[in-house]
Design a protein around this ligand. Structure first.
Ligand code: UD1
Length: 372
């Protein structure tokens, strides 16, 4: 069985890694890894390959940044000849970034079957670019692997046949659980002079938060207030770095308060350690809502909605939107609360890839029988 995997942006790497590791144990599978180059900085890409033990991509499309249309179109046009040349039995795509959709669309037009890992998530917010990517990738996919039960309900409501949908768990959590012990041992806290449970960790990169000046200023103002109670450590995504520079937000904290500490984007292992030991995490990332839920760290999500509601009902996540008072109040509650054990999320147990691979093999065998 010839499989081609697609990665493009930072959150894709930890989702594909467990699947490739599991497939490497199957002699009947040959794998090819394509990196679209949507993310290209060492700190946004290569460090993850090294830390996850991912093999170097067989093909790098080197598309780089651009508007949505430019980036999606560029990926499609350079990916098409690669796909024609390799002619895989199946394309595996993960998540909801532009690379996911661009490669799925290219494959669908060429009749190459698609497996979508992390299918069926919906924020019901069409202003989010990822929501378009999710909806379209799912409708094009032949096999849809879900991380939580409500994803199947979403897909069935959209008319996707139930026999294409498989609830397998979360491959991002497979990576987290595999490397948790390694992360526990690293000395990033010492290097940053932080004490366990005595800092807040922040990530922000959603265009709706950082590209909108008044929203972004409000969030920064909330973070500054939080920084007067507890050190705030903020690894800054390149998109956010540009906005901070454009709005000249680098300097000037509240009088007498602590500054927000801006640091470079972190690698997978150091970031996991920073998350594990944080008193709370404030974020607009999707994946971090999941990781904090498994690590039992309070997560304050600076968004009005989430495509991952199970992290609210069974994890540690609270949605607070972008209002300054609500963000600060949630942070104060997290500081005051004793940490209870979250109930846990079914199938987020480190074995999602082990569930996916046999399903793919059996799908392939029945297709072969069908064509004989
Ligand atoms: C993308 C994904 C988002 C995901 C995020 C994770 C889409 C639509 N968005 O958003 O779902 O949560 O990745 O990080 O696919 N840049 C660099 N170096 C890089 C990559 C980007 O400097 O290696 C800068 C460029 O100026 C670029 C900007 O960051 O224009 C945004 O990058 P892009 O990939 O377009 O979107 P993200 O905000 O990273």
């Amino acid at each position: 069985m010839k499989i081609m995997h697609i990665v493009g942006a930072r959150p894709n790497f930890m989702k594909i890694s467990p699947i490739m590791r599991e497939m490497a144990r199957c002699p009947e599978i040959t794998q090819t890894l394509v990196h679209t180059g949507q993310h290209y900085d060492e700190k946004m890409s290569k460090v993850f390959f090294d830390e996850l033990g991912l093999s170097k991509p067989d093909i790098d499309l080197e598309v780089g940044s651009g508007s949505h249309a430019q980036q999606t179109a560029r990926i499609m046009s350079v990916f098409e000849p690669v796909l024609l040349d390799f002619n895989p039995d199946l394309l595996v795509v993960v998540g909801d970034v532009n690379s996911t959709l661009a490669c799925s669309l290219t494959a669908s037009k060429l009749g190459v079957p698609i497996a979508h890992v992390e299918a069926g998530l919906r924020s019901f917010d069409r202003s989010m670019p990822e929501e378009t990517n999710r909806l379209l990738t799912d409708v094009l996919s032949d096999l849809l692997f879900t991380t939580s039960p409500e994803a199947e309900d979403n897909l069935c409501r959209e008319g996707i046949a139930a026999d294409k949908i498989f609830f397998v768990g979360n491959t991002m959590i497979d990576s987290l659980l595999r490397l948790k012990e390694t992360a526990a041992k690293v000395d990033i806290l010492k290097r940053l002079n932080l004490r366990p449970q005595a800092y807040a960790l922040v990530t922000l990169h959603r265009p709706s938060n950082v590209d909108n000046e008044s929203v972004f200023r409000g969030i920064v103002s909330a973070l500054k207030e939080i920084a007067s109670h507890i050190p705030v450590i903020f690894p800054v995504h390149p998109r956010t770095r540009q906005r901070i520079a454009a709005l000249a937000l680098e300097s000037g904290g509240p009088s007498g308060g602590n500054e927000i500490r801006l640091i470079e984007p972190q690698g997978y292992i150091d970031f996991m350690k920073l998350t594990m030991e944080a008193a709370m995490v404030l974020t607009d990332s999707g994946g971090i809502q999941e990781e904090t839920s498994v690590l039992n760290v309070p997560c304050i999500t600076i968004r009005k909605n989430t495509e991952r509601p199970i992290t609210v009902t069974r994890g540690t996540n609270v949605l607070v939107g972008t209002d300054k008072e609500r963000i600060v109040s949630a942070a104060k509650s997290a500081l005051g609360a004793t940490r209870a054990e979250a109930p846990g999320i079914p199938f987020w147990d480190g074995m999602a890839a082990e569930r996916i691979v046999p399903i793919l093999l059996s799908w392939h065998r029945s297709r072969q029988k069908g064509t004989q």
